[in-house]
Design a protein around this ligand. Sequence first.
Ligand code: ARG
Length: 469
Amino acid sequence: MILRSGRLNKEMTEEAAEFTSSLEADKEIFYADIKCNFAHTTMLKEENIIDSDIADKILDALLKLKEEGYDVLDFNPAVEDIHMAIENYVTDIVGPDAGFMHTAKSRNDQVATDIRLVLRDKISDIQNDILDFMDNLVDMADNYKESVFIGFTHLQHAQPITIAHHLMAHVQALKRDYQRLSDTYKRVNLNPLGSAAMTTTSFPINRELTTKLLGFDGYLENSMDGVSSRDFAAEAIFDLTSLCTTLSKICEELILWSTYEFGVIKMDDAYCSTSSIMPQKKNPDVAEVARSKATRVNGELITVLTMLKALPYTYNRDLQEITPHLWRSFKESKAVLSIVSKMLLSVSFNEDRCLELAGKNFATATDLADIMVRERKIPFRTAHKIVGRVVNEATSQGLEATDVTSKFVDDVAEELGFDKLNLDEKLVNNALNPLENVKMRKVPGGPSPEMVTLAMNHIKEFIKEERGE
Ligand code: ARG
């Protein structure tokens, strides 16, 4: 063994070797490690730190390994990690001169570099998935701009909205999930290479060059920080917990909306199961499993933060244990994102039922109060009181909002000791009609079809820009 034969007198026990090896999880950083070695060796050659012929042999061996792939490596757990496995491979081809590759480099800065290289790709990859979902969701919402639906607060009927407005709320949340990842990317895309074990090196390495070769935006300016910081990993996982929260909320709604009681959507059979005993059942199992799987990444975040919180500077092998949690977080989140996007996009809305709900339970009452404020200049709190009593009276008489007339309002107002309001009958009708009610909410951010269209256009522009179209 290249590594142990100097300082140590014997091999680890098989159990200890297996226990501490990161080879399995290191699959993820295989190509990044080749890339990192390639950039480092190129730089050593350019700066005349190592012999040019030797450097070329090392670079050729690295290219050969890239062609042949991970499986040609020696997977003996005693090999500790991918860095040693790659170095062993290069040594088999080049001979002892392969050892020059490790000049002015440590596995500590190397692994930190590899993780950042892979992570930035994974961030971009999941960001593309988020953009696709947003894009499709905007198209779906476009079909429902005039489809009135009920909005909830406290899961109680609140005010009329449109299906489009509701779907677009999810799009806005997804946009922030996307932007959070963009922000994290800036902190990920920095080069630790050159930090070496923890204090850089006395060789005149060129960190600008490796930064450029590896496509980083800059290099980390403290070598101790360079080898041991993993807050960028915790941050990326947090971004995923936020994304998964958005997705889990979507699942929760699909589950509620598909109940007999809500009756608002029909889920595609492809995302439902039935019961082994109750033949009538259609259960939203995929949404339920996604809702639960979405929480896994929360666990990964706490695990990683807890691993980090008590580590003294600088490198500790504990850091190795963080990496698999990072990759797992991406794998889980990507799977949840994929299934939830397909599931939501395949839902069909029962528009009649949505409209029916929007007209029930005096969801339009706020606008009746608004008319009083606008037309009769009475304070909103007074209007709120009169309308509250109108709803109370109407409900006890078994009436719905659309049955309420101007006279009905005046009777209640007088009973409460206020003057008659004499509101225009048409105004009252419009305010209490859910579609008219929604159309009146023309303020930016509101559910009126024109405002939803405006928001949709902004999102479409955002998507185009982010895709570089
Ligand atoms: N497998 C290690 C990791 O993932 C690589 C760095 C090992 N460094 C060391 N000094 N043992 O962190």
